[in-house]
Design a protein around this ligand. Structure first.
Ligand code: FES
Ligand code: FES
Length: 168
């Protein structure tokens, strides 16, 4: 006999910790984190492009590590710290990686941008001396169909010099 928690098949109450705030939610066990963020909470900075773990547009941080929110069941994210692009700014100031993306004009359509930024926030926190090659590798799981990679890499390099005063 195990203590496995069984949810569903109907709606179930869960608690999620998102951007430092606790949310009580009523979800179906099959709903993904991306779906709940966008459709129930209006946090539409998390983009869904492929919806199947191929593109990285839906990247959020789970306990500080990048994950594809379209592959995470919301019920499995209980007890974890979830950070979305809406949670990066502090006291009205954008995170250094966000500032660097603006300074380097590192986007075109912007669909991949929140995922790129969150991936680099996590990566640069652990690798503050990363070179261009390492930054390029770090965002390899975030597909940019507009081909903005040269500027995305430059933004990563620029962000290293900025103060990580809002490090996640
Ligand atoms: S939308 Fe999640 S990986 Fe593409
Ligand atoms: S800026 Fe359009 S997909 Fe990257």
């Amino acid at each position: 006999m195990t203590d496995t928690l069984i949810y569903g098949p109907g709606r179930t109450a869960i608690k999620l910790q998102i951007n430092g705030q606790e949310y009580l939610l009523d979800v179906l066990p099959i709903q993904t984190l991306a779906e709940i963020l966008r459709n129930q909470l209006g946090l539409t900075g998390t983009k869904v492009v492929c919806g199947m773990g191929d593109c990285g547009a839906c990247t959020v941080l789970l306990d500080g590590k990048p994950v594809y929110a379209c592959l995470q069941l919301a019920i499995d994210c209980q007890g974890r710290a979830i950070t979305t692009i809406e949670g990066l700014a502090r006291d009205g100031e954008l995170h250094p990686v966000q500032q660097a993306f603006i300074a380097e004009d590192a986007f075109q359509c912007g669909y991949c941008t929140s995922g790129q930024v969150l991936t680099l926030v996590a990566f640069l926190a652990d690798h503050p001396d990363a070179d261009a090659g390492a930054i390029r590798q770090a965002v390899a799981g975030n597909l940019c169909r507009c081909g903005a990679y040269p500027k995305i890499v430059r933004a990563g390099l620029r962000a290293r010099q900025l103060t990580f005063n809002s490090k996640q």
